[in-house]
Design a protein around this ligand. Sequence first.
Ligand code: DAT
Ligand code: MG
Length: 151
Amino acid sequence: APMERTFIAIKPDGVQRGVMSEIITRFERKGFKLVGIKIMIPSKDFAGKHYHDLKERPFYKGLCNFLSSGPVIAMVWEGEGVIRYGRKLIGATDPQKSEPGTIRGDLAVSVGRNIIHGSDGPETAKDEIALWFKPEELVTYTSNAEKWIYE
Ligand code: DAT
Ligand code: MG
């Protein structure tokens, strides 16, 4: 898989529950590289933009209100296959259906409080990174471990 970037956010429930380091650790241990990170409280309008694909869903308003209810850790992670594999690390949308071993499977119980967001494909990754980060907020660097992670 080619080198790619994905947008990952720890939602207000994940921040409040004190699992941000646990989540970062899982991406880091896998071998993915953190290239952007910040903490912010998104406005409702901003949350609406982030979730615009779900505008017609009955839970849209509640979802946007929730995302803007407290601090969010916004991140960009880089690596081969990170978009698809990031979703694997996160687990199914409904934590009742997420496998044990996944972030939602291990750390969450209900769909409206599933603690983390991850881009679902190359297009959304591109759009979400552009929405949350200015280009100069993302860093390009070589990790010392890279030669031990990639052939
Ligand atoms: P994901 O976050 O796994 O990409 P999604 O994009 O379909 O899932 O939905 C975005 C978020 O909306 C999801 O993380 C939690 C919330 N959500 C999804 N389906 C829901 C439902 N049936 N009831 C309440 N909230 C829901
Ligand atoms: Mg989604």
